[in-house]
Design a protein around this ligand. Structure first.
Ligand code: DQA
Length: 149
């Protein structure tokens, strides 16, 4: 049995109604259902969302302590949270996979979105494919991360 943490940052709780032209019209529950369906047998997908930087950081500590791979959409924290970046570095420095994902392609948007303070410490980055950004990350983790006991 293995678990993947899918962590979502601020305003992603409003998926479905928030700028549907950018983020699509499906909500977080639909993301949860999509990922659970896409997960291979025996893999638990734990999808969470918070608007709170401290909570997101503590979930990354949990990933380190429990050795759980992470799919992280840091949302706006991507662009300025050195605290989140440092917590993400704890994950990857511990040898645990952390894939940074974005629904949109931040590089095709406003200039402030072109910088990610998280990418340099992530295992990899997938952006611009809507829910498929998460599915691709899940597929990578399913194929590359040995199941935990
Ligand atoms: C986002 C892109 C960020 O720039 C933005 O602040 C978000 C969502 C995305 O998934 O495309 O909240 O991370």
């Amino acid at each position: 049995m293995s678990t993947v943490l899918v962590l979502n940052g601020p305003n992603l709780g409003r998926l479905g109604s928030r700028e549907p032209d950018v983020y699509g019209s499906a909500d977080l529950d639909q993301l949860r259902a999509t990922l659970r369906q896409a997960a291979p047998e025996g893999m638990t997908v734990d999808v969470r969302q918070t608007d709170d930087e401290a909570e997101l950081i503590h979930w990354l500590y949990e990933a380190v302590d429990e050795r759980i791979p992470v799919i992280l959409n840091p949302a706006a924290f991507t662009h300025y949270s050195y605290a989140l970046r440092d917590a993400a570095a704890l994950v990857t420095k511990a040898g645990i996979t952390l894939v940074e994902v974005h629904l949109s392609n931040p590089h095709a948007r406003e200039t402030f979105r072109h910088t990610s303070v998280v990418s340099a410490v992530a295992t990899g980055v997938i952006a611009g494919f809507g829910f498929d950004s998460y599915r691709l990350a899940l597929d990578f983790i399913a194929r590359s991360v040995p199941p935990t006991a």
